[in-house]
Design a protein around this ligand. Structure first.
Ligand SMILES: [Zn+2]
Length: 290
């Protein structure tokens, strides 16, 4: 499915929101660590969503800033497009439909090392999807996932699979990356912010230009109907679940207070929203312009 793009501006910086498709996720007792499938179904029903399955969507963005085209996260990759019959892994098709040549991407910034964010660095034949781009990765993520001791200590299953996948992807790139630190600029007008928990090196970004701001949250909150009203619920995918919940509350308290628009990787396209406080949690309000 080709959805092209959604564009808006933050001062002089253009934001193009793309899509990498979706995955249907079962509503079961494995999804949340500290709440049941019935609780999960209740949260979905409260938002008017189907309660048998959830749709997880992917929304990478391209910023045009300081004359550079900067892609934030890369989706599931073209190999996943073949495996899923085009449900996901469609970023490159959507970039082309939006008139953005992937060979003209100058910088790729990775927020964290999960497969739906890094696998798109490669084409199905394991060659580079963005052959002319500098690949920037968070220092904490890079150190953790490339550390052989951490890999050997990892619990079997999801964590060992993630280590193997990250080695596969970055070895194919010759491990040629630029490591960036939190609280530093990763592109003109874009500052990296440490938002650990989902991964220990999970990173978000503040985009500032012309007195305007945008918060690019990455995966601070996954499904908007589940984790915004219930910020203390812990997803199976969080590496440090209490830290992920604490980060969610810290970031959303701030975004609710200062009304900064937020661009989210896993919210429904185009995934641009504001955050409001509601009860003991938050409400995600989709907006059409920042
Ligand atoms: Zn993700």
């Amino acid at each position: 499915m080709v959805d092209a793009s959604y564009r808006y501006k933050i001062g002089d910086i253009e934001v193009a929101v793309l899509t990498d498709g979706f995955r249907m996720v079962p509503v079961d007792d494995k999804y949340l660590r500290n709440a049941s499938a019935a609780d999960l179904a209740g949260a979905l029903a409260a938002a008017g969503l189907p309660t048998d399955k959830m749709k997880n969507t992917y929304a990478p963005i391209v910023l045009t800033t300081g004359g550079k085209r900067v892609l934030f996260d890369t989706g599931n990759g073209e190999a996943a497009a073949k495996q899923s019959n085009g449900e996901r892994g469609t970023l490159n098709q959507n970039l082309a439909a939006a008139g953005i040549d992937r060979k003209a991407i100058d910088v790729v910034v990775i927020s964290h090392f999960h497969a739906d964010h890094v696998n798109g660095l490669l084409l199905a034949d394991n060659s580079r999807a963005f052959p002319n781009a500098e690949i920037k990765v968070p220092e904490v993520e890079w150190k953790f996932w490339m550390d052989d001791g951490e890999m050997n200590r990892a619990s079997p299953g999801r964590m060992t699979e993630l280590f193997a996948n990250n080695r596969r992807v970055f070895d194919a790139l010759g491990r040629k990356v630029t490591v960036y630190a939190w609280d530093q600029e990763v592109a003109p007008g874009v500052t990296a912010l440490g938002t650990p928990g989902h991964c220990i090196g999970h990173t978000s970004y503040r985009v500032s230009s012309g007195g305007k701001q945008l918060y690019v949250q990455s995966d601070v909150c996954n499904n908007f109907a589940v984790f915004a009203p219930h910020p203390d619920w812990q997803g199976f995918f969080d590496q440090d679940p209490p830290a992920a919940a604490a980060t969610r509350r810290r970031v959303y308290d701030q975004l609710a207070a200062d009304k900064t628009p937020v661009q989210a990787y896993h919210f429904p396209f185009p995934a641009l929203s504001r955050i409001e406080k509601q009860g003991n949690g938050y409400r995600v309000v989709p907006i059409s312009a920042a």
